[in-house]
Design a protein. Sequence first.
Length: 364
Amino acid sequence: MFKALFKGSSKAANQLSIEGTNFRTSMKPNQSVLTAAVDARFKVPNYCGVGECGTCRCRVMDGRVRLTRDITNHISLEEIEQGYVLACQTIAESDLVIRVPGLSPEDDSLVTSSATISALIPLTHDIFEVQVALERPLAYIAGQYAQLSVPAEPQLAETPRNYSFASAPGVGNANSASFYIRHVPGGLFTDWLFAADRTGARLTVTGPYGDFRYRKTERPLLCVAGGSGLAPIKALLEQLRSEGISRQVIFLFGARQQRDLYCLDEIAEMAAAWPVSFAFHPVLSHEPVNSNWTGRRGLVTDHVVQVVPNYADHDAYLCGPPPMVDAVIAKVKGHIPADRLHFDKFLDQSALHPTTNAQDLVAA
């Protein structure tokens, strides 16, 4: 039924159908499944369009496709054999029927809920903890994310943004969730969020998305986070603590300056109660030379080998801006096998259209 091909080209226009819906459209030669659906004004979940976020995950139920790039950072080889793909990196070799989470009745993995912003807690000068009250419970795994949109604002209703859950399931109640959201100047959603007190504002929350989660092993954990990438790492560690899972942890957190550090008390409390070794190392990339900071300086990626000389023995969990994640992967490649490298790249408009200095993004 399903065959993933990495070579060849499509020459004929094929038909795309979404299981359980009336949707049907023609696909141009060499057009991705996602582009065909979006061009036909069908709302297939998506965000980055370049295979980095994993939001457009779907399953080929009938037909043949080829993949335009390696997608195993989001979908395992076993899942690919079962027909799972990223729509943005998939081109049809025949007529296709796909199953889309949240659209196909047979796939009930996604929940869409109206929500109200119940609290906005400043964590730094440009990061809020956004707490929301959900009208429908939303089950998720630590490390996953949701899409947030603002139904009362036309542009924000049509362009949802992805944010990771900032606490483990079970922290709070099933009808609440929290997110760490950094202000990205020029970003539609965050410009709106930071422009006024949005407590009480209505949101639409859809999720969960993503496959960034804890994999059970006996190995110690190397965790590296940058900026608001702290959220899923913190949630993952909270989940381990709640489940009584004891793994040695080395946690490096990259930020620009002291004013960009947050959740230090929560992490210190977690480390103190951790049953085995838990070492936390914040690293500042742009801290003034004459400040009172006595901790580590530079790019967080440069400290991985210094802090973890035996990193090859670890499972790695990486979360933050793409340059940071890519730099850590480059350092440990050949030492930590790909199936023990787990990561989530936080994409904003600067990452999707890269014009920003890479060093700035490392601690974004």
